[in-house]
Write a protein of this length. Sequence first.
Length: 493
Amino acid sequence: MASMYHSTRSTVKECSAKRAVLDGLAPDGGLYVTDALGTESIDLDQIVAQTYSENAALILKTLLDDYADEEIAACVEAAYGDTFAAPETTPAVKVGDDFVLELFHGPTSAFKDVALQMLPQLMSRAAASTSERIMILAATSGDTGKAALAGFADTPGLGITVFYPHGGTSEIQRLQMVTQHGDNVAVGAVHGNFDDTQSAVKRIFSDEALRERLHEQGVVLSSANSINIGRLAPQVVYYFDAYAQLVRQGAIECGDKVDFCVPTGNFGDVLAGYFALRMGLPVRKLIVASNANNVLTDFLTTGVYDRNRPFHKTISPSMDILISSNLERLLYYMSDGDAELVARLMDDLANTGRYEAPAVMLERIRETFACGFADDDEARTAMKECFDETGYVLDPHTAVAWRVSQRVPKAEGIARVVLSTASPYKFCRDVCAALGLPSDGTDFDCMRALEEKSGMKAPEALASLENAAVRFDDVMDACDMPAYVEGKCGELL
Ligand SMILES: *Cc1c(COP(=O)(O)O)cnc(C)c1O
């Protein structure tokens, strides 16, 4: 298929997949979509017979078809060749009656690695056909920053600068970032909270004078956030590959439908499941699991999206989100490509913090999507019960999905896959507390207590942080960030 991309808010201007990967966001503020989605079905027998890397190549080639076969092959090899600690890359493990799809065996022990190991590869090939050098800027409250650093480290033509709020991350998250290797990476701590840091990064993006000076040096600023189609496409792969694993394990026959239950924040992960469905994967239900920030549960129940509500800080921080950006793509597809409608709804959201989907659209969405939420206490109970009953340790994000999955009715003979987005060792203090283990020492004490209780070793990359050398100890005020970025751009080769 010819995958031309255009904005969710206007179908007039089209661009190639490579351009969409370089831009991230469409110029009118919409998200890039392709009308070719679903015009070509993936051959399931072929998926079942192939490795993860082969499946990745097939899916990426279908969605991003202006990349040459050799380019895709090189991207896949660099992203998944030897970076994941599991031979299956993303193993599907039987836990109780269901399956847990472990997406956390990458370098930073969270599922964002699957996309952020690939995005830099796609970007650097897209940039090669221009003469641009690219500096990625990111503000992070912990997880995304490290996954982006690990993905972009030592990628030719690209650099990355990550800012985090000083004292605003967990000790493990901070150590993960400040020990990052690579000649093209930089990490700075900023006085203030996450919002201050993020606002300062946004100001840098809109600083025309700075961008002009950088442009003269041949450097453009870009971001790596989850609305980039180059992050979404790699996530479609593991839905197909999980299905293949279930067939090979004898749990289902090729052609049977399955359910997926997905812990959600920005709606990126579960949207990838919808892409897979449109590309021919037999899916019965996609279950959207939220924590106490349950704006999506309400939307999928009533059709009203309303971000005017209290913000809850939870033990599943990567799901503490009130604006689920990727939902905009679902609105586009569920309205049969009514870009005018999407533009109107997004205007409502920007002006009032609220919008309401037409009844027919809601009905269509609900045919495929189920939903539910679990608060911190329910997530803790899920971690404890699951461990006591099966011996399997869930991280707090996965525990939310596990709990929601238990509440959504199953259909006879339909297998269910719960997506696991982080290693329990990444959030081991909260996991230890939930399992009744000591949780008042250092993060590393918690790690050891959990190892002893579960009999499962912590990922080496996390355990070794205790003695790793710190490379970055810059602490600055928000007003000093532009000069810091400009300095780092000057070092970019
Ligand atoms: C980012 C993240 C999520 C949420 O994923 P979305 O694509 O934003 O829905 C869930 N769990 C963990 C551990 C994450 O890092």
